[in-house]
Design a protein around this ligand. Sequence first.
Ligand code: DP6
Length: 364
Amino acid sequence: MSNTKNVMFKPHAVQTPDGFETAWQSPSNIALVKYWGKIGNQIPMNPSISMTLDTSVTRTAVRARKKDKPGSNVQLRYIFDGKENPDFQARVLALLRSLDDELAFLKDYALEIDSSNTFPHSAGIASSASSMSALALCLLSIENVAGKKKSNIHSFLKKASHIARLGSGSASRSVYGGFVLWGKSSVIPKSGDHFAIPLPVKIHPVFDGMRDSILVIDQGEKPVSSRSGHEKMDQHPFKKGRIMQAGQNLQLIAGALNTGNWEMFSRVVENEALTLHGLMMSSHPGFLLIQPNTLKAIEKISTFRNQTKTKITYTLDAGPNLHVLYPQEDSSLVQQFIHGELAAYCHNNYVIHDQIGRGPHPIS
Ligand code: DP6
């Protein structure tokens, strides 16, 4: 689905005796330039760039059944991993209620959503990105079939990204494969705050098949959610500087991806990772999500890089788990290093090996 050429889109929902059903698989993504801070209804404080993952995905099936009383409130049953999940049910219900003008079928059909991830909860992989994007793609597929709408794949994905964003900002980027940009940037034409776009830059072959090995340092619940972390940026003393820095980093990384400048790429992603956690520490009140083993692993990576000159870098999500990034060509050397020296810092030696992916696809 990374190719958004102007072809007619074949809706992926099927009609059933009492409604419609569809299913999509959508990946998570890891931000290289971070979205941290928002304005109003899910408008990012600064533009961000991510890399879509491959094997860390959510699979979501949605069944829409004609209600006995059409036009009544949104009705939802949300099943996660075969069980009801009240927390996610409440979040999805709030999203659906806010969407009933955009997705007309929600007034007339009751929904049953069945979802599961290929990766464990709290593994340091953004589950809201994959789950909200999978859900958005399902909802829009049903909307297209129920409303007999004709749309091309480009407008379908743009609207899916917009709906995914309303569920979770980072989810807007998971609608596309490869490197993705979300947020208005004065240097990137067609960028916008309401939806993501595939990064309109020719990517140098050094980044083809890029790897992301996730060091699961701690699987525990985060003491501060991303949502409240974003809120703390409203009054952050470094807010202005952060907006400027993100804009500069975006240009630097877009240039590095284009020219194959691994060193610049590495410098920017590490700067973004450390800035993200620096912003958390300097919030009011400050908070810490990295842990001693996160720092130990970072030190080991620096030493290994200095000694071997291998292309290896890292980034961090809003948590203690480290994403180790490296080109495909160095994968056997780096994976040997990870299992020999870094896995010891992980919870039960747990490492998830993933890589750049091509984006979501229907599974119905
Ligand atoms: C640190 O997308 O999870 O991962 O919009 O409130 O759902 P909400 O936040 P979320 O924030 C992600 C923050 C980040 C950086 C990023 O993915 O860009």
